[in-house]
Design a protein around this ligand. Structure first.
Ligand code: HEM
Length: 414
């Protein structure tokens, strides 16, 4: 028992308040205690069972008896859900055709239509552009001698890259960040009415903007993802509808930068706190890749994703879940499982047992993983090579959004 959490190993229950700073500033203390005590447990504050073991999380992400969508197999009445709220209708519409809200066959059709743009050999072509962007940003920052790194460096790169890929001008990146940040607040624990209203307004404005750009692309197609989605050959006899294109573009824009921004910030913090020489961590392309993977493992940006049981399920380990029940898969904890990793709580970019579930697994495995990896490898190696004297200039603090484990600010000097 600490101030931040309590665990009952015998009853396989635990409590930790997601909005309590003592908890979300360092969720790893909770995870360590769970790994030693009861890796599978009922999280009282959420009211559902959670899994922290690497093998369990990796397996359940791939288990077809669980899914991200439930309303295709059970009605809202059967689930005991209240009717949809009128004041979040615009936000709900952005989610309706989101890959993250669908299961096969709808998910397969939509994913097939956008997948090609994100495969490694296609996103690899963006590497020179990302290198130019990172270098141009350091050119502008270097004379300042110090900066708040999240806003000045970590956030703009992924936002500009995904905006350009979809076909929106780089100048829109700040506005896109604003809409996205306001929408992401909906995933916080204990959302207020004001937050809902604000996220809905952001969704309305975001959709209206995209519909304008879509209309322009219909008149005059371009070489971008938006045009590709509008003109792609049908899958299963169906082309994408305008609502599907809007939903997918918003998902790509939001998912396409939030987690990458957080990973960049977390990685810089981890490296600077580790006392290791950054020059050795980025000495070769292979070591750069390994360093980025270890950063993703050590301090993942996304800590919990949920799944619904799509049928009554009894796991090999004995836990039983009724159809419609929610389970929590704790990616950030699985990455620190001492059963899977030697000295799991040590940042070691030279480890030989490296692996992580930070991008998920199974059919919802992150479609942007190849792009995110290139962005992280490029941004981090450029930053540490160009600013060899970089050091922390204040204690980094995490945001009050447990699921999105990223820094509020990261002050550095050089
Ligand atoms: C370090 C950066 C990133 C991390 C850690 C990350 C993590 C994840 C995770 C864990 C999932 C699966 C969620 C689940 O299983 O419930 C996911 C899905 C997804 N990610 Fe990422 N992501 C990152 C960057 C990106 C980028 C750059 C893009 C887009 C360009 C992107 C687009 C998506 C999409 C569209 C999905 C949904 C895929 C589906 O449901 O089929 N992500 N991401």
């Amino acid at each position: 028992m600490t101030d931040a959490f309590s665990i009952s190993v015998l009853e396989r229950r635990a409590s930790a308040k997601p909005r309590d700073a003592a908890f979300y500033q360092d969720p790893y203390a909770f995870y360590s205690a769970l790994h030693l005590g009861t890796p599978t447990f009922l999280w009282e504050d959420y009211g559902h069972w959670c899994f922290t073991g690497f093998r369990e999380v990796n397996g359940l992400l791939r288990d077809k008896r669980f899914g991200r969508q439930i309303t295709h197999v059970m009605s809202r009445e059967e689930l005991g859900w209240a009717p949809p709220k009128a004041h979040t209708a615009a936000f709900d519409l952005t989610e309706k055709y989101s890959l993250l809200a669908l299961e096969p066959p709808a998910h397969t059709r939509l994913r097939t239509l956008v997948n090609r743009a994100f495969v490694s050999r296609n996103v690899e072509q963006l590497r020179p552009r990302i290198e130019r962007l990172a270098n141009a940003m350091i050119d502008a920052l270097e004379p300042q001698g110090g900066i708040e790194l999240i806003k000045a460096f970590a956030a703009p790169i992924p936002a500009i890259v995904i905006a350009e890929m979809i076909g929106l001008p780089a100048e829109m990146a700040l506005q896109l960040l604003n809409w996205s940040n306001r929408m992401v607040q909906m995933y916080m624990f204990g959302v207020t009415h004001e937050t809902e209203l604000d996220a809905n307004t952001a969704s309305e404005d975001f959709m209206a903007y995209l519909r304008e750009v879509i209309a322009a692309r219909r008149r005059q197609p371009k070489e971008d993802l938006l045009t590709h989605m509008l003109t792609a050959d049908p899958v299963d006899g169906q082309k994408l509808t305008e609502d599907e294109v809007v939903s997918t573009a918003i998902l790509l824009l939001n998912a396409g930068h939030e987690a990458t921004v957080h990973t960049t910030g977390n990685a810089v913090k981890t490296i600077l706190e580790s006392g290791l020489d950054p020059q050795t961590l980025f000495a070769t392309p292979e070591q750069t890749e390994a360093t980025v993977e270890e950063c993703l493992r050590y301090d993942a940006p996304l800590h919990m994703f949920t799944r619904y049981a799509l049928e009554d399920v009894t796991l090999d380990t004995g836990e039983h879940f009724r159809k419609g029940e929610t389970i929590g898969l704790m990616l950030g904890a699985a990455n620190r499982d001492p059963k899977r990793f030697a000295h799991a709580d040590t940042f070691d970019p030279f480890r030989t047992d490296g692996q992580n579930v930070s991008f998920g697994a199974g059919i919802h495995f992150c479609i942007g993983a190849p792009l995110a990896r290139i962005e992280l490898q490029t941004a981090l190696s450029t930053l540490f090579k160009r600013l060899p004297g970089i050091r922390l200039a204040g204690e980094p603090r995490y945001n009050n959004v447990y699921h999105f484990h990223g820094l509020e600010r990261l002050d550095v000097t050089w």
